[in-house]
Ligand binder design. Structure first.
Ligand code: DMJ
Length: 643
């Protein structure tokens, strides 16, 4: 096959297109690209010519203007009041000159057109002489220019807002050498997890520490958005791993792009990415994190376009099309998902001055307030089209958990001004205590699951976070039941510790029963795994902060040692499939929440309380600390988000 010879408009044949032997089209896509490019060039040359002709060929209107101009020049001092004769003679004199100048001008224009014509053809010829690689490089350069322009447009600075009081972001060093040593061990584990992700999974969402390659799950769609980087940033920061933090920041700055054709979980992206970016912004003050968080939030907004304003569980970041999980009852959205947006969205409105985020989450709250609740309980499923509950299934574990957490934290984050949230929390907890919380025969307090009027005596690892929540909500509780809730927190912590202690590995199973003589032990094989989850350690940490009972540090240290012994592999940390087996199989996943939460809570447990004090910081459900917004002392009351 030969390259096409080109016959340009001038009638001269251009030399054959020089693609070089190796760059000759071996497959159709390459050929099409080159051909299209050539055709494009010819077309552009032709258009240039036409434009030239159109603009430079003299037309009658131009003549007129030109004549008038000449008149002005030639008869500068004519006073029309002097009469037509004089004027006429001047005009007659001017006309001969005028025609001459006119011809000169036309000649000049023709020459110019010819020159432009030649120039355009020369340029086209030059382009066509280039190799395919050169042409592709030029296309690439043009593309990058466009991307840079778009980036510049997207990175417009946001309006400045006063930063809340950022206390305790660089402290916490314990005086006790034993505690310091333990804290250093946890930092070393973080470095092991990060370094291996850095080496084998960089840019992927998570790491497969045994296969030593990237990993992802359906919550991130088919995206490669570096979930581990974003989730880990604030942990790196508080541990003083600043080089690693900078590496992460650089990756985010250069690579984190949300215009991907990928269907992601709105909830997961919110708690891990937006929460992670906002925390990194507040801790480090680096604008890039705030800008990325706002860009990403914009991509989640289409998920709220449902008949009720209850968002879809998933949204395609590119098209904005949303839908729900196929497994959810009757096309429902999930309580723990649409109910776990409040903290991040309030911060987004605070930082941008744009009330859109705040309005979305307040709309959800208002809608929930209006609905009937069976036995005062919130079912886990709500249909976003009809606004009706799906199955009457209530849980403080999976599908329900962080909805309750965010009611309490909305109140705390508002400097306790958001009393509506506090009331909803108190009401919900009262119903939960009445219907879901029981004591086992062996005296262990557990939180069961409510399924269509029946209490399932099973508790999930996820549910163990509630111990910390009860303790956190003790202060400010209704009827001054602070002591009661602190005690409830302690009982849940104890039960969850038992679920760890009754295994071979001293790591907790995914779910455990309180039935037929079984207490805090998993029964089903598919509930015996431990996937590096944080909830039990999270509760130890809150209990430690509120009581300083040394048993919480002791329990935390037991968990640290078990994780290091049974989950550590040379390529990072992995979950295990059976905590009752002395030689368990690995699941080969290093979850991003291991770096965001598990290791952070452990580190905080062995730090002084002045590191991220709870009077100033509220942790989102992925352990990303966000500052309390003291409405009275900031411009928030004047901020559109709060109008
Ligand atoms: C985390 O992503 C969050 O804590 C979420 O709220 C529920 N569970 C995982 C970790 O187990």
């Amino acid at each position: 096959m030969t390259a096409p010879a080109l016959l340009p408009l001038s009638g001269r044949r251009l030399p054959p297109l020089n693609l070089g032997a190796s760059s000759f089209p071996h497959h159709r896509a390459t050929l099409r690209l080159s051909e299209k490019f050539i055709l494009l060039l010819i077309l552009s040359a032709f258009i240039t010519l036409c434009f030239g002709a159109f603009f430079f060929l003299p037309d009658s209107s131009k003549h007129k203007r030109f004549d008038l101009g000449l008149e002005d020049v030639l008869i500068p001092h004519v006073d029309t009041s002097k009469g037509g004769k004089n004027l006429g003679s001047f005009l007659i004199h001017g006309q001969g000159h005028d025609e001459h100048r006119h011809r000169e001008e036309e000649e000049r224009l023709r020459n110019k057109i010819r020159a432009d014509h030649e120039k355009a053809l020369e340029e086209a010829k030059e382009k066509l002489k280039k190799s395919r690689d050169e042409i592709q490089a030029e296309i690439q350069t043009e593309k990058s220019k466009v991307v840079q322009e778009l980036k510049k447009k997207d990175s417009k600075p946001l309006p400045p807002v006063p930063l809340p009081n950022l206390i305790g972001i660089n402290s916490g060093e314990p005086a006790d050498p034993d505690i310091r040593e333990k804290r250093n061990k946890i930092k070393e584990m973080m470095k092991h997890a990060w370094d291996n992700y850095r080496q084998y999974g960089w840019g992927h969402n998570e790491l497969k520490p045994i296969a030593r390659k990237g990993h992802s799950t359906n919550i991130f769609g088919n995206s490669q958005m570096g979930a581990t980087i974003v989730d880990a940033l604030d942990t790196l920061y508080i541990m003083g791993l600043h080089d690693e933090f900078r590496e992460g920041q650089e990756w985010i700055d250069k690579n984190l792009d949300f215009s991907v054709n990928s269907e992601v979980s709105v909830f997961e992206v919110n708690i891990r990415f937006i929460g992670g970016l906002l925390a990194a912004y507040y801790l480090s003050g680096q604008e890039v994190f705030k800008i990325k968080a706002v860009q990403l939030a914009g991509k989640l907004l289409p998920a709220f376009s449902t008949p009720t304003g209850i968002p879809w569980a998933m949204v395609n970041l590119k098209s904005g099309v949303g839908r729900n999980w196929g497994w959810a009852s009757a096309g429902s959205s999930i309580l723990a998902e649409f109910g776990t947006l409040h903290m991040e969205f309030v911060h987004l409105s605070y930082l941008t001055g744009d009330p859109v985020y705040y309005n979305k989450v307040m709309h959800i709250r208002k809608l929930l307030q209006k609905m009937d609740r069976p036995n005062g309980l919130y079912p886990n499923y709500l249909n976003p089209r009809t606004g009706r509950w799906g199955q009457h299934h209530t849980s403080v574990g999976g599908l329900g958990d962080s909805f309750y957490e965010y009611l309490l934290k909305a109140w705390l984050m508002s400097d306790k001004m958001d009393t509506e949230a506090r009331k909803m929390y108190d009401d919900a907890i009262e119903a939960i205590e009445k219907h879901l919380i029981r004591k086992s025969n062996g005296g262990l307090t557990f939180i069961g699951e409510w399924k269509n009027g029946h209490l399932e005596r099973k508790m999930g690892h996820l549910t163990c976070f509630a111990g910390g929540m009860f303790a956190l909500g003790a202060d400010g509780s209704r009827d001054d039941k602070a002591g009661h809730y602190l005690q409830l927190g302690a009982e849940i912590a104890h039960t969850c510790h038992e679920s760890y202690d009754r295994t071979t590995l001293k790591l907790g199973p995914e779910a455990f029963k309180f039935d037929g003589g079984v207490e805090a032990v998993a029964v089903r094989q598919n509930e015996k795994y431990y996937i590096l989850r944080p909830e039990v350690i999270e509760t130890y940490w809150y209990m430690w902060r509120f009581t300083h009972d040394p048993k919480y540090r002791q329990w935390g240290w037991e968990a640290t040692q078990a994780i290091d012994k049974y989950c550590r592999v040379s390529g990072g940390f992995s979950g295990v499939k059976d905590v009752y087996s002395s030689s368990p199989a690995y699941d080969d996943v290093q979850q991003s929440f291991f770096l965001a939460e598990t290791l952070k809570y452990l580190y905080l447990l062995f730090s002084n309380d002045d590191l991220l004090p709870l009077d100033n910081w509220v942790f989102n459900t992925e352990a990303h600390p966000l500052p309390v917004l003291r409405l009275a002392n900031t411009t928030l009351s004047g901020n559109p988000a709060y109008r």
